[in-house]
Design a protein around this ligand. Structure first.
Ligand code: 3H9
Length: 690
């Protein structure tokens, strides 16, 4: 029987089967909740039905509340009312899980009296990733099933557990055979009836809470152990408080009210708005505006030129997903060193238990080292990762053009160079693009896919698809200085350096950035990366503070001195030597140092970044404001709970941003002149992300 567009009810034997089919992920939308409720009522009214099975079609069990309906009118019943209906059912309710039972989806399964899952299924409460907490009883029911310690980890990490682990914890009662969920779940439901099993309500269980009751320090210990991971985020703490409530004197229904009030507070907070923005922005970034019939090119073999840190990391990405890589170096020594580092990286991962020991050899066997560029003749994609010098790259591309097969894509990993200048030396500029990986390239999620004026849509669409294949978040960018990420970084760096000369200490600048939510400040980052990276002594002798520190041998952490001094454990203290250099250089430049407030540091750095982001958008270097946000969140450590620079600007209100920029331009020069895009958006009453 069709109940509504997304729900059916059938009676099979003595089992009423409620089937939901609401692509893409069976989110618990208005229609889904209503369909399940109506089907359930019909099943209960039907005397032929002894038990009710809830199952989904498509790729997954309910993946949670429908995030796209947040803030919109909600139909009856609410998720919580639907849960009450099922939990108080006079007939056993069984949830049959495949794919990902997440958030509200798992919370719905937790009010069923029994749960069965296929081995490939996963169960989790990922609300924390959206700046939320499981607001439909998840924080109260999960600990009653898996215990407080495990529940704390699950709700604050948001990471799901496998069906096998779920079975071991008691989160599911039975495993079905893979691909046979419906039949096995029907058999299980029939057994529940035959054996007259009780209507088990998770809410009534308390045995799994006892261990934590005997150890009340568990919560503060957990907070302490994870302080760094949770810094700045509101949601982890609220999740912990709700789990804490399971051990309080609150009756279950009161604890649910408490959970709900904390959920509502999070929902109203800008952090959750930011994190939900990031969720959709990430998925939006993958969408490339190309004609529907654009063919994706096959990429079954890849070449990487340069086995240094970058090239090695890039090669690993492909080996990790089973794509063979030909790795080219100029000397046997460099090649051996590069391959050695790759192997060591894999071995370290295996030692940590994050991959199987036997996979180390499998992956290494996919990386074929060579000294002959000619060995790239048959690859589908070449990624050049040699040092950042135009003539060197041009020389390689000239040679590559003669070697690579027709139709092969040629990519450069340049960070700043004009890719047209590189493409221009080949006879196939339409197959040339930028693939800007971030260091360490096997770890960092961001990949800027840079198209030039000539790159074919099929080429950049293929690269964007490949990004997903290798587990990256690809963001399509235009070809302009520093693309998206490094161009905004340059704007930030310029302000940080200027502020340090005008009177702010590097540590004051760093503290403002740290307090804003970055993992570290501008000068700490420089010390970590090494002041000498990209240093060209001859070209820039004593041109700025950084060069002078380099000339003094102060290259940062590795020499135990840069802007900061470092002890043998790399603990940093502000360096009086660096301060002397800064003051001396400022005097030489005729700059009179002055007291600079934290507010000025904050505004100059952050509004300069926003303004640069606006220019990037206006020039079409980024296609969407949310793409700029994704670049800075995934590649540069912009705090996720602030949603990226463009989202943050929208939150301030663009009229405020415009006013700030005008004031900054009046005080500090035309560099702050507002981007015309901001002027236009303010005039139209819009925001970047509107
Ligand atoms: C919650 O449940 C609150 C409750 O505790 C309390 C309530 C009172 N809603 O990621 P994909 C869309 S909060 C709406 O590319 P995959 C997604 O936007 C929720 N839409 O696929 C995309 O759309 P498009 C807790 C959703 O296979 C499409 O589905 N749940 C939702 O790589 C495909 O997504 C979560 O946080 C949703 N809940 O991964 C789960 N989920 O094609 C969030 C997805 O137009 N979701 N969409 O771009 C996920 O983690 C992944 O999407 C999932 C599939 C693992 C399910």
């Amino acid at each position: 029987m069709k109940v509504n567009d997304v729900t059916t009810l059938s009676v099979e034997g003595r089992i009423g089967v409620i089937t939901v089919n609401s692509p893409p992920v069976n989110a618990l939308s208005n229609a889904v909740r209503q369909g399940v409720a109506h089907a359930f009522e019909a099943a209960i009214a039907d005397d032929a039905v002894g038990a009710v099975l809830v199952i989904c079609e498509g790729r997954t069990f309910f993946a949670g509340a429908d995030i796209s309906e947040f803030g919109k009118p909600q139909w009856e019943p609410s998720l919580r009312d639907l849960q009450k209906l099922l939990e108080n059912s006079p007939k056993p309710v069984i949830a049959a899980i495949h794919g990902t039972a997440l958030g509200g989806g798992l919370e719905l399964a937790l009010v069923a009296h029994y749960r069965i899952a296929v081995p490939s299924a996963k169960c989790g409460l990922p609300e924390v990733k959206l700046g939320l907490l499981p607001g439909a009883g998840g924080t109260q029911r999960l600990p009653r099933v898996v215990g407080v310690a495990k529940a704390l980890e699950m709700v604050t990490s948001g990471e799901p557990v496998s069906a096998k682990a779920a079975l071991a914890m008691g989160l599911v009662d039975e495993l079905a055979a893979e691909g046979n969920l419906r039949a096995d779940a029907l058999a299980f439901a029939t057994r529940v009836l035959d054996e007259n099993r009780p209507l088990v309500k998770v809410r009534d269980k308390t045995d799994k809470l006892e261990e934590a009751r005997a150890n009340p320090a568990i919560f503060d210990d957990f907070r302490r152990a994870n302080a760094k991971r949770f810094r700045g985020f509101l949601a982890p703490e609220y999740n912990i408080r709700c789990i804490e409530a399971t051990l309080s004197d609150l009756p279950f229904d009161e604890a649910l009210k408490y959970e709900r009030s904390l959920f509502d507070q999070l929902m109203a907070d800008s952090q959750s708005a930011a994190q939900r923005h990031v969720f959709f922005a990430e998925r939006q970034a993958a969408k490339v505006d190309v004609p529907a019939d654009t063919a994706i090119l096959p990429v079954s073999r890849v070449g990487v030129i340069g086995a240094g840190t970058m090239g090695g990391g890039i090669a690993m990405n492909f080996a990790n997903v089973g794509i063979p890589v030909t790795l080219v170096e100029t000397t046997q020594e460099a090649l051996d060193r590069g391959l050695g580092i790759i192997r060591k990286n894999y071995e370290t991962t295996a030692a940590k238990g994050k991959m199987k020991a036997e996979d180390v050899d499998t992956r290494m066997s996919l990386i074929h080292g060579t000294l002959a560029l000619e060995d790239l003749a048959q690859v589908d994609l070449v990624i050049e990762a040699v040092f950042e010098q135009l003539d060197v790259k041009q020389d390689i591309f000239r040679r590559l053009d003669a070697i690579a097969k027709p139709g092969a894509m040629l990519a450069t990993n340049t960070s700043y160079l004009d890719i047209d200048d590189i493409a221009g030396v080949t006879g196939r500029p339409e197959y040339v693009l930028g693939l800007h990986f971030f260091s360490p390239a096997n770890v960092m999620k961001l990949l800027e896919v840079v198209r030039t004026k000539d790159t074919l849509p099929a080429v950049y669409a293929t690269a964007m698809k490949l990004a997903k294949t290798i587990g990256k978040i690809g963001v399509l960018c235009g070809n302009g200085f520093g693309f998206v990420g490094n161009r905004i970084l340059a704007a930030r760096n310029a302000q940080a350096d200027a502020l340090a000369l005008e009177g702010a200490t590097p540590w004051a600048v760093d503290k403002v950035l740290y307090d804003f939510g970055f993992a570290m400040g501008h000068f700490q980052m420089r010390d970590l990366v090494g002041l000498d990276v990209g240093w060209n002594r001859a070209a820039t002798a004593s041109a700025n503070v950084r060069e002078i520190l380099n000339e003094m041998g102060r290259h940062g952490q590795k020499t135990r001195g840069g802007y900061y001094d470092y002890d043998e454990k790399r603990n940093a203290t502000p360096s009086p030597i660096a301060m002397e250099v800064i003051e001396g250089f400022a005097a030489k430049q005729g700059i009179t140092r002055r007291e600079i407030s934290d507010e000025e540091i904050h505004d100059r750095i952050l509004f300069a970044m926003v303004n640069e982001g606006a220019k990037i958008l206006d020039e079409g270097i980024a296609a969407r404001a949310s793409d700029v946000d994704i670049v800075w969140i995934t590649g540069y450590g912009w705090p996720k709970y602030r949603g990226g620079p463009m989202f943050w600007a929208d939150l301030q209100g663009l009229p405020v941003v415009l006013e700030k920029l005008r004031a900054l331009a009046a005080a500090h020069g035309a560099g702050f002149a507002p981007s015309p895009l901001i002027e236009r958006l303010v005039a139209a009453g819009k925001g970047f992300n509107a």
